[in-house]
Design a protein around this ligand. Structure first.
Ligand code: SF4
Length: 152
């Protein structure tokens, strides 16, 4: 399978604070699948480290109140084009991120509260019909990649 994976899950230090979200279950996908790492935020030209961002009333803002919507959308579009070009079968994405979150994201108040919803990139993938999976699903059941996972 061709699987797009949030680069931070593979150990790339592209997380907003300069760290990563390394996940052995995600890394193990590289043993038997064609894995394509992407980071929509850095693809959009944002530096690492960078201020944390959340989705506020549908727009991406950083903690200092600066709009980062343009960069987030540009980076997500770029990664979406790559997904189309590679004709991926699945995307496995980091939880809760305003770009990559699949099931929930922070609520826009920078207080750590979560709400149901998706990040900018995950939403774009879904709208185009790609199968997306929260990495937590993979951690809970590493065999779920071949089983269908979260629809659409
Ligand atoms: S945008 Fe996605 S890949 Fe990049 S650091 Fe955030 S969660 Fe990871």
């Amino acid at each position: 399978m061709k699987i797009m994976v949030s680069a931070c899950l593979l150990g790339h230090r592209c997380k907003y604070n300069g760290g990563d979200n390394y996940c052995e279950e995600a890394r193990a996908l590289t043993d038997s699948h064609n894995v394509i790492p992407v980071c929509p935020e850095t693809a959009g030209g944002l530096p690492t480290p960078r201020p944390p961002c959340e989705i506020v009333d549908g727009k991406v803002m950083d903690r200092d109140g600066v709009s980062r919507d343009r960069e987030f959308r540009a980076g997500a579009e770029q990664c979406l084009e790559l997904a189309k070009e590679k004709d991926i079968d699945l995307a496995v994405l980091q939880s809760r991120s305003p770009s990559c979150g699949v099931k929930c994201v922070y609520d826009g108040t920078f207080s750590g509260r979560l709400v149901e919803g998706s990040g900018i990139f995950a939403s774009m993938l879904r709208k185009c019909g790609f199968r997306v999976m929260d990495v937590e699903e993979l951690k809970n059941d590493p065999g779920c990649v071949g089983k269908g996972g979260t629809p659409g």
